[in-house]
Design a protein around this ligand. Structure first.
Ligand code: PLP
Length: 389
């Protein structure tokens, strides 16, 4: 088989590879604590499950419009309008199987060879993968630990020019848990307007915030016209396996993104979309409870990691990841992550899974029970102490 040249430019998400390796160890009888994947361990709330089952029984099992059923686009438009303080209408919404396709479709629709795309590093690996796949020039902007994993405004400004087509933001951030502040977004809005750039804002973790008010680029006057916002149900409603997400975009872009959907997935399963309507319009207390549980786990894992020799860990403001600095161990990140899986039975990711600049860090997801997190901390500590003897 002779693959197309562009396949050489397609990256991947290491979390899925580590999951396979961890499962193989479990098949040999090993006990593994899974702190590698970004998936809430809570069940999907019962009211949402019931709505999905009801829709199945009612025969919502046929094709739907590519952009999504009107009820869900309406519910999304209302939710986004209310939470971002901007007027979003249903013709600005495209519903996709998981939020990931919004990333793919937006880059496919906007980026041509020669176009520069700014993206965060460390960062979600699919951004760089898609930019390269579509022939764009990937321009990383750094999120440094000493700056609470936010970008440096002066450096950021210098990286935007007339070749910049798209700027990718992600806040709260995977893998660091960093959160951009309103002043950071003002910088982005200013340069985007100056150089006529579109901004892609990945807000999938916006509900998982441990204090303060969430700042969205969409809320800045004039930005809705040049912003594509990604959000979805996977994290907020513990619905990763349902595959349901959405994009909000200027009305002129929507038919093109919907056409990409027609060409690929056709549409999202109808009964899944009805479950999504219930998620957005039904009671929200399960989300608040989940976030309160994440906060307790965050505090436990941060304290535990800081007690390990060679590790230092900041307290993240959002999402459910920590990104400890592990340089003090003297071990490279990949070697350390492999060792923790093999020796301690704790699955985590090397910082380099999020770009070369992630060297010196590990990523732990704390979307796991407090009991498992405590067990993992004991094991990691013992394993690290062993290599430092
Ligand atoms: N964006 C970020 C930053 C993520 O971490 C993820 C999932 O891990 C996604 C988007 C995609 O989410 P979904 O499962 O809805 O496709």
């Amino acid at each position: 088989m002779r693959l197309a040249e562009r396949m050489n430019r397609l990256g991947t998400e290491t979390a899925f590879e580590v999951l396979v390796k961890a499962r193989a160890l479990e098949a040999q009888g090993r006990d593994i604590v899974h702190l590698q994947i970004g998936e809430p361990d809570f069940p999907t709330p019962e009211n949402i499950v019931q709505a999905g089952v009801r829709a199945l029984r009612e025969g919502k099992t046929k094709y739907t419009p590519s952009a999504g059923i009107p009820e869900l686009r309406e519910a999304i438009a209302k939710t986004v309008s209310a939470t971002r303080g901007v007027n979003v209408t249903p013709n600005m919404v495209v519903v996709t199987p998981g939020a990931k396709p919004i990333m793919f479709f937006t880059i496919l629709a906007l980026v041509e060879p020669g176009d520069e795309v700014l993206y965060p590093v460390p960062g979600f690996p699919i951004y760089e993968s898609m930019i390269n796949y579509c022939g764009g020039t990937a321009v990383p902007y750094l999120l440094r630990e000493e700056n609470n994993f936010r970008f440096d405004p002066a450096e950021f400004r210098r990286q935007v020019n007339h070749k910049t087509k798209l700027i990718i933001l992600n806040s709260p951030h995977n893998p660091t848990g960093g959160v951009l502040e309103a002043s950071d977004l003002q910088v982005v809005a200013e340069v985007a307007q100056k150089f006529d750039v579109t901004v892609f804002t990945d807000e999938i973790y916006w509900r998982v915030l441990y204090g303060g008010k969430f700042a969205s680029l969409l809320s800045i006057p004039g930005m809705a016209e040049r912003t594509v916002m990604l959000d979805g149900f996977s994290k907020t409603y513990a619905m990763t396996g349902w595959r349901l997400g959405w994009g909000v975009m200027p009305p002129a872009l929507e038919p093109h993104i919907a056409r990409l959907q027609t060409n690929s997935n056709s549409c999202v399963a109808g009964f899944v979309q009805y479950a999504g309507v219930e998620a957005l319009t039904g009671p929200q207390d399960s989300v608040d409870k989940m976030v309160a549980a994440f906060k307790e786990r965050r505090d436990t894992i941060v304290d535990g990691l800081n007690a390990i020799p060679g590790f230092t860990c900041q307290t993240p403001g959002g999402a459910f990841y920590v990104f400890p600095n592990t340089r003090g161990t003297g071990w490279g990140s990949k070697k350390l992550a492999d060792y923790l899986l093999d020796d301690a039975g704790v699955a985590c990711l090397s910082g380099t899974a999020f770009g070369a600049q992630g060297e010196g860090y590990l990523r732990f997801s704390y979307a796991n029970s407090l009991e498992n997190i405590k067990k993992a901390l004991v094991r990691v500590r013992a394993a690290v102490e062993k290599i430092q003897d």
